[in-house]
Design a protein around this ligand. Structure first.
Ligand SMILES: [Zn+2]
Length: 408
């Protein structure tokens, strides 16, 4: 007899978590390893106390909350997501993956059900990458996609390193980050797009991800006075960057429906009112369902940058600092999620994830899969991000059903 999750308790847990780092518009801001992130982690631990979970934590602060199984030698079934948010975060992105996992364990605990294999509830450090780049930092280090040393040396815009932040927030664990030999990994997440709502799907079975390529550009011109310097003599890094931003958007529009591209972050020097700017830094990315098309988008971007740089007499250094995907998730796990959803009379839809997720890093390590629940209006990274109590409950129940099937 498989326990059922408690939708009201799950909803209340999500709303309680949202009160940490509240934003005026009703969302949450919990940047990775900030005091708010620390408070969120402490709240999660308080909730776990009555459940007899054992916390294991690694040197980058990834949290593994382990529930013993009947067979102590069996490989664990792991699940979770992230509690950190972007500055304009909502209440659901990442959070529901962790808290639905908590609800699954609560339901098992309440029903007195022991599983054969141990369970591990995971909260990954710095999934969003808003404060420290790259995104999915905790799972990258766990999967040896990035070295621990490189991650710890990364600094935020104020010059604070991950090394210092992980210590200041009390999250530096004793474990060396490394794969934990899981039997399976599952992540429940919101869709963050409009497709499920438009097609009436309750549960999205994520079969794979897009391929994304991220860049930091440094555009260098020459400083000059905004008055006397005639237009033909200028080497204006900010104006050149403006053209590059529009080129990124043009490349994305040409790559629809399978592709996207965005310029998201800018830093301008000297950023002074009397000066033509001479150093402008820009972050951008290109992504596509088809990896070859993503590579072609990068090529188009490089060609556009060359033309803009030559015409404006600026230099552009391109640092392609990270990529993710494409990943194909485990088909057998996808089939299990589909079966469990359909057994609950829920409509499923196979989908590709357009955003990066920790699961992308875990997929090469063990059989992995993701499931989505709808996002109302497809709004995300926004305080208005919303999924209904019922939608979240459906996702949590399918997660629990799959966990029980895998853990025995
Ligand atoms: Zn997320």
């Amino acid at each position: 007899m498989i326990p059922t999750i408690n939708p009201d308790r799950l909803w209340q847990t999500i709303m309680d978590m949202a009160r940490i780092g509240p934003t005026p518009e009703g969302g949450s801001c919990r940047l990775a390893l900030s005091p708010e992130d620390q408070e969120a982690r402490a709240l999660l631990l308080r909730w776990c106390e009555p459940l007899n979970l054992r916390l294991e934590q690694d040197a980058i602060g990834n949290m593994f909350l382990r529930r013993s199984g009947i067979d102590a030698t069996a490989a664990a079934v792991a699940f979770g997501s992230h509690l950190d948010t972007v500055p304009t975060g909502g209440r659901f992105d990442g959070v529901i993956g962790v808290l639905a996992g908590l609800e699954a364990i609560r339901a098992l605990h309440e029903a007195g059900v022991a599983t054969r294999a141990p369970l591990e509830l995971v909260n990954w450090t710095n999934e969003e990458g808003s404060r420290f780049r790259p995104a999915m930092m905790g799972s990258r280090v766990h999967a040896a996609d990035m070295t621990l040393e490189a991650a710890l040396a990364t600094t935020d815009d104020d010059g604070v390193s991950v090394y210092d932040a992980v210590r200041a927030s009390g999250q530096a664990g004793a474990l060396t980050p490394s794969p934990r030999g899981w039997a399976a990994w599952l992540e429940l997440h919101i869709e963050q797009g409009p497709v499920m709502e438009a097609t009436g799907a309750d549960i999205g079975i994520v079969t794979g991800t897009m391929h994304a390529r991220y860049f930091q550009l440094v555009v260098t011109g020459e400083p000059s006075h905004v008055g006397p310097t005639t237009m033909d003599r200028r080497r204006d890094s900010l104006a050149a960057t403006a053209e590059i931003i529009l080129a990124v958007e043009r490349i994305a529009l040409a790559a629809e429906p399978g592709g996207r591209a965005s310029a998201t972050w800018i830093d301008n020097y000297p950023n002074a009112r009397g000066n033509v700017a001479n150093i402008t830094r820009l972050h951008c990315d290109v992504r596509h369902e088809n990896a070859n098309r993503a590579v072609a988008m990068e090529q188009a971007l490089r060609e556009a940058i060359d033309l803009i740089a030559a015409r404006r007499r600026v230099s552009v250094a391109i640092d392609p600092y990270t990529t993710f995907g494409p990943i194909a998730f485990d088909p057998a796990l996808g089939a299990l999620l589909r079966d469990k959803a359909q057994a609950r009379q829920l409509a499923t839809r196979d989908m590709i994830a357009a955003a990066g997720h920790d699961s992308v890093l875990i997929a090469p390590l063990c059989p992995s899969a993701m499931l989505f629940v709808p996002s109302v209006d497809g709004i995300t990274h926004n305080p208005r991000e919303y999924s209904t109590r019922e939608q979240v409950a459906h996702g949590a129940q399918v997660l629990l059903d799959a966990i029980v099937a895998l853990a025995g």
